[in-house]
Design a protein around this ligand. Structure first.
Ligand code: ATP
Length: 365
């Protein structure tokens, strides 16, 4: 049976990566039909809106969405995929493979996953003028003044809920169990800033403790987020599943990508209870748009996560094996990984490898 997948390539250099990823996956002859909802600048010109109803309908008709990256115009579509579809767990793997250009002296064995809460925290984008807070009668716990007395400026609201924290933390524990079953360590590390923000970030930590007590087979630790940032760089081998609120997860997952070799290698999947979509963790790379050199690996690995979600496990595994080989053999790598190949050449090599890959080849770690 054909699986319908919506594709939103995004802006700047992102579509250059997406086009090649679609070509690579098509080379596997899977029963996937790609659909391209009209969103962003093209939709605006034609329909007067960046996210017309027809696009929503098409996304809803498809089983999942593969998303490039947006610099703004496809933003409403992205918001729909997150908040509209309640995809609360943003899973961002950071796994080094031979050939990945890591700055670490010993990157061998670095293999952890950040589970970032995807819908709350500062990313609700609730901002306003400090003066507007006067009627609330608030006093800063540190500055000892009401917010409107701090000066002229803006506030941003950080919201952490019990429900939102519990579901993402539970997701992290389930993922740890799955990883344990695959021979990985299978433990959870939680980070938040509970010392400065005992209510919001304190709640996140308290819920972590409560859920950890339910999963007594899954080892659990919690660190204040700055301590965790240090540990992530100083001893990344000690991490397995790492769960944190939205903003910290966004920042530290870019840092994690840097540890294993760069943003071009950082995939992600956003999972909810009954929907998931997939996008690379990097942005639209506007500085290299049109040059044909964006590294499509992050988008390809995200597509691999998508294939697994769709139950196309063997295809996902084949892609994983081919990525491991292309880097191990230093074939047709893009400039961010020290190579001279363009995006299309990289894809050509992947297609060649996929047609030659023995499916029984074990996944190298
Ligand atoms: P966002 O806020 O949307 O995450 P950003 O400001 O983090 O975006 P990116 O678009 O991720 O910025 O790019 C940061 C740098 O990394 C740029 O120099 C960009 O060219 C580079 N970069 C990002 N992704 C890739 C990729 N897939 N291949 C090569 N270079 C990349």
């Amino acid at each position: 049976m054909t699986i319908d997948v919506a594709v939103i390539p995004g802006e700047d250099a992102a579509p250059e990566a997406m086009d090649q990823v679609i070509r690579i996956i098509d080379s596997l002859d899977l029963e996937i039909a790609w659909h391209y909802p009209e969103v962003g600048a093209a939709a605006k010109e034609k329909w007067g809106t960046t996210f017309p109803d027809a696009a929503i309908q098409l996304i809803d008709q498809c089983t999942t969405t593969l998303f490039g990256s947006t610099s703004g115009p496809s933003g409403r579509a992205l918001h729909y995929l997150r908040w509209g579809k309640q995809t609360y767990a943003n899973v961002r793997p950071a796994r080094w493979r031979p050939g990945f250009r890591s700055p670490l002296a010993k990157p061998q064995g670095v293999d952890f996953v950040i589970v970032r809460e995807n819908l709350e925290d500062l990313y609700l984008s609730l901002e306003g003028e400090l003066a507007d807070l006067a009627p609330l009668g608030l006093t800063s716990g540190t500055a000892g003044k009401p917010p409107q007395a701090l000066g002229t400026g803006f506030y941003a609201l950080k919201a952490i809920t019990e429900e939102g924290s519990a579901r993402v933390i539970r997701y992290a524990f389930e993922l740890a169990r799955q990883r344990r079953a695959r021979g990985l360590p299978g433990h959870v590390t939680l980070g938040s800033k509970w010392n400065m923000l005992p209510k919001s970030d304190g709640l996140f930590r308290d819920i972590g403790e409560a859920i950890a007590a339910e999963y007594d087979d899954v080892p659990y630790r919690a660190f204040i987020i700055d301590d965790l940032a240090h540990r992530m760089v100083a001893d990344p081998h000690a991490l397995d599943v790492v769960v944190m609120p939205n903003l910290y997860g966004d920042i530290l997952s870019d840092a994690a990508a840097g540890l294993v070799g760069g943003l071009g290698l950082a995939p992600s999947g956003c999972y909810g209870n009954d929907y998931a979509y997939f996008e690379s963790a990097h942005g639209t790379a506007p500085d290299i748009a049109g040059k044909g050199i964006i590294n499509p690996t992050a988008t390809l690995m995200s597509a691999g996560m998508m294939l697994e979600y769709l139950g196309l496990t063997e295809a996902s595994r084949q892609i994983d094996v081919a990525i491991t080989r292309i880097y191990r053999e230093n074939r047709s790598l893009t400039p961010d990984q020290g190579g001279q190949a363009g995006t299309v050449q990289f894809a050509d090599s992947m297609i060649q490898l996929l047609s030659a890959t023995d499916p029984s080849t074990p996944i190298a770690r």
